[in-house]
Design a protein around this ligand. Sequence first.
Ligand code: P6P
Length: 336
Amino acid sequence: MDFASPDTVTLSSFIRDEERKNQSATGELSKVLSAIALGTKVVSQGVNRAGLASMLGMTGEQNVQGESVQKLDIFADQVFDAVLGRSGQFVSMVSEERESVIEAARGDDFSKYVIAFDPLDGSSNIDVNVSIGTIFGIYKRVSSGSKVNKERPKDFFQGGRKQIAAGYTIYGSSTMFVFSTGQGVQGFTLDPSIGEFILTNRDMTIPDNGTVYSCNEANSPGWNDQTKDYVNKLKEKGNCEGEKCSHRYVGSLVADFHRTMLKGGIFLYPGDKKNTEGKLRYLYECAPMAFLAEEAGGKASAGSVDILDIVPDNIHQRSPLIVGSKKMVEEFVSLA
Ligand code: P6P
């Protein structure tokens, strides 16, 4: 990469150019994106050194989800709590690792935004060196006054369509930061030699069709008829739109979603008899991915209703997630 080339766009120059285009820009969202980028660099270092710094393995505790907590989960939660808190832009935050709303640091209680984040999604894959990631969704606050009502944090109950920004970072063969502020989806790759994010995927779009379906087939006995019929149709036809279909499932949402963003296809984590609302969380997994998918020309459904049209009433609420190539998700919805 020729760093001096005018074709080399860094995250900071991209943010500056976007601000110049948007006369009403106040620079606050830029501070948020810069804070997330910093947190990503720190977590990336931690993930890459985990094996050396004995950060692998479980803490022996369980998180609010009742899931075993890996040491890196806690590390990532602490990093993003710190960098997001220090950005001074959030009146409150929701983390997958915390039971209740995290209130802003003193003096930030009149900040404009709230953020829901999963600090390290896919952590069960950490010990086996599979790509994992961070996911976030940002909303403008609708509450007033300086204190957030922890019981009824209505700022988080606006529905995914009210997100003003969303994104994910993926700690894989390279570290990437993929986000949208409603102007398309941009993908930046970290150059660790200089510690800078470089724009490598401008205006990402999901192909209308794909040849990959991604789901945990072990859950199929409990699937509803809509999911069974859709997956069986793909397998019986032996093709996705005339091409051979493949099944790919990493078991790490960020990895499965990132592949779907780049190659097309459909990712399905539906409800089943045991978990009628599925496993994934609305605020910091489903809604951010749905925002990105729609910005990239794809679609995201809970089965019959668009993910972004769901209005949650619990900060850890679950939702089914069927997301990816528009035509494939529309086919799934047509079977409802
Ligand atoms: P299963 C990881 O634990 C996660 O939350 C997502 O990243 C992933 O898509 C899903 O769970 C995998 O769940 O039940 O297939 O192992």
